[in-house]
Write a protein that binds this ligand. Structure first.
Ligand SMILES: Nc1ncnc2c1ncn2[C@@H]1O[C@H](COP(=O)(O)OP(=O)(O)OP(=O)(O)O)[C@@H](O)[C@H]1O
Ligand SMILES: [Mg+2]
Length: 282
């Protein structure tokens, strides 16, 4: 579920808050890339000739009005959907037919626009299920968790990164909305990703809580050595604070692919992305 975008963004800080460390070599090859992709749903074309590339060390935000095609693009980049035309590459390999589960084991993790957690599992059990998957181990859902010392250590590490250490024994359904979002991202981190795609990680979170949620997950990404982050976000304050590059979609096309200082200096782009601000007397 999406919110209306906010448009009172502050000018971006010189160095974005959550960006992964810059790579030492210049212009590394893209970690993840879409080349001229189109996506049709029946007769409706949701994406038209979209080309983007994200490299090591980048924190890239994808923005745009509701229905612009942001989630469709994330679904193509993560192998959940197959393009109608064009190709998607992950670490130089065409991902056609690979599928999101295999991609996850190869270093690509994502979260969904609507939080995906099991309400009746504890925080520890939720993170453990992902950690078990990563390590290729099997865990019987009905057995107590975590018995495996290696998994237990990993669960404790990840919970610590996301400020959830004191909530390990808590049922997921009892968490605040912000904590649920963090748990969702924490589960994706348990897969040890090189690239993570976050589809509106602060949607449904209160304004007061969402800055803390974003700060926690950006800090966790840095601490965990994640190499690139792709963030879909409506809140332009968060986009301004964290992005090294901003890709704007409008009606399925790339409207802009710019560093924040150029993006926020262009009133036409801002108006398209966040809508015209109305005066109080209108
Ligand atoms: N499975 C589907 N079948 C038909 N149309 C779809 C489907 N999924 C998305 N669409 C349409 O494709 C367009 C792009 O949808 P998408 O969910 O990618 O937009 P979005 O930019 O993520 O929007 P939001 O900000 O609301 O999350 C919309 O017009 C949507 O209604
Ligand atoms: Mg969406």
């Amino acid at each position: 579920m999406s919110r209306q975008p906010t448009s009172n963004a502050a000018p971006p800080a010189e160095e974005p808050k959550g960006a992964p460390p810059r790579p030492t070599e210049h212009a590394p090859s893209p970690l993840i890339e879409a080349r001229s992709v189109c996506k049709n749903y029946g007769a409706f074309r949701a994406l038209e000739n979209v080309s983007i590339a994200v490299r090591e060390g980048e924190f890239v935000s994808i923005v745009g009005p509701n229905g612009a095609g942001k989630t469709t693009l994330v679904n193509l980049l993560t192998g959940l959907l197959v393009p109608t035309k064009g190709e998607v590459y992950f670490k130089g390999r065409n991902i056609a037919g690979v599928g999101p589960v295999t991609l996850a084991t190869q270093g690509m993790a994502r979260t969904f626009q609507l939080v995906q957690i099991f309400p009746e599992l504890t925080v520890a059990e939720t993170i453990a299920t992902a950690a078990v998957t990563r390590q290729g181990k099997r865990w019987r859902l009905l057995s107590p968790l975590p018995q495996d010392a290696e998994i237990a250590t990993r669960v404790a590490e990840i919970a610590g990164l996301f400020g959830l250490s004191s909530r390990l024994a808590t049922l997921s359904r009892l968490l605040s909305q912000g904590e649920k979002k963090l748990l969702d991202v924490a589960s994706a981190f348990a897969l040890d990703p090189q690239v993570i795609l976050l589809d509106e990680p602060t949607s449904g979170v209160s304004t007061a809580e969402k800055h803390a949620v974003m700060a926690t997950l950006a800090g966790a990404a840095r601490a965990a050595g994640v190499q690139a982050i792709i963030l879909v976000e409506h809140d332009m304050d968060l986009v301004a604070a964290y992005s090294r590059r901003i890709i704007a979609l409008s009606e399925g096309r790339v409207l802009a692919d710019l560093p924040p200082e150029k993006f926020f200096a262009d009133p036409v782009i801002i108006e398209t992305v966040v809508g015209k601000r109305r005066g109080v007397s209108c």
